[in-house]
Design a protein around this ligand. Structure first.
Ligand SMILES: NC(=O)c1ccc[n+]([C@@H]2O[C@H](COP(=O)([O-])OP(=O)(O)OC[C@H]3O[C@@H](n4cnc5c(N)ncnc54)[C@H](O)[C@@H]3O)[C@@H](O)[C@H]2O)c1
Length: 384
């Protein structure tokens, strides 16, 4: 068996040490729980413009560079891969600079503030030849993977419909202060679509279930919030989105409803995916994270409930009966990124691709157009 030292090491730099930058530090810090993983990974460098956030990373022993200037991090020869978690108006500039510096990239969604930015980034990725993927971790849950397997199987009969969504509720509190994610200048006009959408369309797009048309119902619910300085700040992004889409399944127009909501009463962080066919179906939601529901039509119609455990694509030391959570799926997503980069994904589910991220933006662009026309709008095709 190979010793630890015989395995290659990938050195990771993080730009943006806020919520997600620290979550990624958490995932990388316990890389050793992955069993027989062919590549080592460690966090070596961090950049944030806020020095007090950099201080937090001093407790991570592998970090050797802390800087407030991301160009310094990009000049560091001890960084192979850069993970970027900054507000959306900065995605394009920072991603292009990462590629220009000759580094590989795990980008955050929505992959640019709008479709134009996403297309320019994608063109730069193609020119660069670098390995680039986009963050979306929920499909790495065992329940999501099982649902994907059912969706791929030939047990569904005729496909009736697909429902997928991601629901939050923290915005119900009108006293919650404004932040950049609620302002078009920093989050993008797409608002909740760009914030939550990639997580929801990752599996459908991987299945080839790409919406061809969208009818969107978008809502702004609170238009101002406390600015933290005693006044109020305007909120101008879309808060809730319900998209009625069609995709082609074996030459049949098939409905898929996509729900993305910051105002979902009672939902702290609910990601769900449901596929219904005439003979079979599947339903999985993080609301009951251990439970997989599968449908079969026999003499009677039966929904079977299966209790899931810790069946991850990349095995870890955790016992098979235990419950996975957000930090676990983030580690799995990173394992998929590092494995695919090393040519060792071996048929497992991979991170969202650049094409999938651009396609997600095409769906959001169609949704914005649909909202303003109050009509269904065709989604621009991948090429053309
Ligand atoms: N994958 C997920 O589940 C998930 C969850 C939340 C957010 N996100 C995405 O991650 C990204 C960041 O979101 P967040 O919630 O971590 O935001 P955040 O506001 O918590 O963190 C962003 C950080 O970027 C820093 N920053 C701003 N400008 C910078 C610059 N020029 N150089 C270096 N650092 C800079 C800020 O100081 C801040 O600490 C966004 O793209 C968001 O959509 C993904």
């Amino acid at each position: 068996m190979a010793t630890t030292e015989a395995r290659p090491l990938v050195r990771i730099g993080v730009i943006g040490g806020g919520l997600m930058g620290r979550e990624v530090a958490n995932a990388l810090a316990r890389w050793f729980v992955l069993e027989n993983f062919p590549v080592r990974a460690e966090l070596t460098a961090v950049c944030d413009v806020q020095p007090k956030l950099l201080d937090w990373f001093r407790q991570v022993p592998t970090v050797r560079q802390l800087t407030t200037d991301y160009h310094e991090l990009l000049r560091n020869p001890d960084v192979d891969v850069v993970y970027v978690a900054v507000p959306h108006q900065l995605h394009e500039t920072v991603y292009l600079d990462v590629l220009q510096a000759g580094k590989d990239l795990l980008a955050e969604k929505p992959f640019g503030i709008d479709l134009g930015a996403a297309e320019r980034i994608a063109a730069a990725v193609a020119r660069s030849g670098r390995f680039v993927r986009v963050s979306s971790e929920f499909p790495f849950l065992p329940g999501a993977q099982r649902a994907l397997a059912v969706a791929r199987s030939r047990t569904l009969g005729r496909l009736i419909e697909v429902r997928a969504g991601y629901l939050h509720s923290s915005d119900l509190d009108p006293k919650k202060p404004a932040n950049w994610k609620r302002q078009t200048a920093f989050c993008g006009e797409v608002g909740v679509l760009g914030d939550l959408g990639m997580h929801v369309v990752h599996i459908p797009l991987r299945l080839g279930w790409t919406p061809t048309s969208v009818y969107a119902q978008l809502q702004r619910i609170y238009t101002e919030r406390p600015d933290g300085k005693g006044g109020m700040a305007p909120i101008d992004t879309w808060d809730n989105a319900t998209l009625s889409t069609y995709f082609d399944y074996h030459d049949t127009r098939t409905p898929m409803r996509i729900e993305l909501k910051r105002f979902g009463p009672g939902e702290t962080n609910t990601w769900y995916f449901e596929v219904l066919g005439t003979d079979g179906g599947v339903r999985y939601s993080t609301k009951t994270p251990k439970t997989l529901w599968t449908f079969r039509r026999e003499k009677e119609q039966i929904w079977d409930q299966t209790d899931l455990g810790f069946q991850m694509a990349f095995p870890v030391i955790t016992g098979g009966i235990f419950e996975p959570g957000f930090p676990d799926i983030l580690l799995q997503m990173w394992a998929a990124f590092v494995a695919e980069r090393a040519g060792k994904l071996d048929g497992r589910f991979g991170c969202a691709t650049v094409d999938e991220a651009v396609m997600s933006h095409r769906i959001w662009a169609a949704a914005l157009a649909s909202q303003s026309l109050n009509n269904a709008v065709e989604v621009k095709k991948r090429h053309g």
